[in-house]
Design a protein around this ligand. Sequence first.
Ligand SMILES: Cc1cc2nc3c(=O)[nH]c(=O)nc-3n(C[C@H](O)[C@H](O)[C@H](O)COP(=O)(O)OP(=O)(O)OC[C@H]3O[C@@H](n4cnc5c(N)ncnc54)[C@H](O)[C@@H]3O)c2cc1C
Length: 498
Amino acid sequence: MAAAYDVIIIGGGIVGSMIARFLSRFQLKILLIEKRADIGSVTSAANTALIHPGYNAVTGSLKAKMNLIANPMWTQLAQELQFSFDRCGDYVVAVGQDELQKLESLFERGKRNGVLGMNRISGEEMRRREPLINPNVSGALFAETGGMCDPFGATLAAAEHAVLNGVEIRTNTRFEDFVIEDNRVIAVRTNQGDFACRWAINAAGLYSDVIMHKAGVRLEFKVTPRKGEYLILDRAEFELKSVYFPVPTNVSKGILATATVHGNTILGPTARVQDEREDKSNTAAGLEEVLSGGKKLIPNVNTRHVIAMFAGLRAAGNAPCETPGVDYQHDFIIEIPSQVNGFVNIGGIESPGLTSSPAIALRVIDLLRDAGEKLVEKKEWNPNRPARPCFRHMNDAQRRQLIEKDARYGRVICRCENVTEGEIVAEIHAPVPATNYDAIKRRTWLGTGRCQGGFDMTRVTDILARELDRSPLSITKKGRKSELLERPTKIPRERYED
Ligand SMILES: Cc1cc2nc3c(=O)[nH]c(=O)nc-3n(C[C@H](O)[C@H](O)[C@H](O)COP(=O)(O)OP(=O)(O)OC[C@H]3O[C@@H](n4cnc5c(N)ncnc54)[C@H](O)[C@@H]3O)c2cc1C
């Protein structure tokens, strides 16, 4: 067996990374395995990025409970881990008289859930606060505890903090099965060999059902992916002040229009059920729906403002709420199941899973304690993780100082987003290293502007090859089978052998 751990976390999204960060406080040997080439590249990188106040979740559900506990935690987390977060509040906007009634029921649900700082505002006040809003707005619900963050940045920061506090992360390491002896998980079998453990934690998002079934747990539980498509609008053309939801439908919160911490506006998401767990393609019908939904809130949006599109998949489950009297079939699962020992089972973490992730981590700690695990705090645990320099957020004096120390910060690689060679090199050698183009993009925001990587991609490939001491031909966009280059251009195809 390769090595022995106290805890193995399966999946490096926001949930696995937050668990790693909070558990790193204790004297435990922890391994996080992630099957992809980078952490946080699945649902935690493709969502609306909102920290929800908690008025949407069904009263009495575990979702509502986790949302309410986690929401206030984000202020301190963002300070300690230094990722982008803005507690800007959010609005649910009613258009026309009929929708006002629905605002009232959301307000009442929010109060039942214990959401503080909600108030109703008039259509006139809404128009004053956001001049681009539909002039037919009849009223809005404002929740001051709403916020927005960089969800990948939060995932990376949590994972990196865990590494700084002794957690080991192995990417390209796919869980395949459990080794179970005397009804206890004793090891995790992966494509990189077996790793012994006392506890295995399922944080595998869209595959959480597959993993719990391997442990013989909740065989009736099924993840049904629900796709959400988005449009990203050009920052230079269009800027909103805050987060604007329509009144919700029965299946989703509807198509919203929101500012982001990066300054762009996004519209979306749709909510379409599909069988495929890997298909994140955009569709003509989906984008049409996003645009018309966006126009309902912000009528002067048009296709000329669009610079990019993306989609994410919600890991929607079918777990019934366990609170007596609450009839709800899509709750979170966070449990130590009775069928097998040494296994913490998490599943169905759809929205508000990003918001809830720090509370999910705390609940896992409680479950471990309740199961008799002696969690001894490390004396030297430091809650802080320093951010690396971000050139575009600096003033001229700070930039000069940085370039004097390291001239690579004076070489701009991405002109749209002002990202320098120094920043790229720092990410390649960071505690959770970036080893492909998309990993650099998610960390630095390079390639996300108007040219969408047209200018920087060859240069980043060159820097990755140099820093990793590899052939440029081996550099990929997002891991195995996505190589960016085919062959050297000066060698004809028929004479080239790789
Ligand atoms: C369209 C959309 C909008 C959303 N908006 C919001 C929002 O605004 N606010 C909010 O709070 N929530 C939102 N959510 C929900 C939120 O994004 C998710 O709940 C959260 O990101 C889930 O994180 P996770 O770590 O469970 O899953 P993931 O981020 O998917 O991470 C799971 C990880 O497990 C890895 N994995 C899977 N199988 C294996 C295996 N066999 N071996 C090793 N690793 C494995 C995967 O590669 C992945 O990296 C939204 C979701 C979507 C799709």
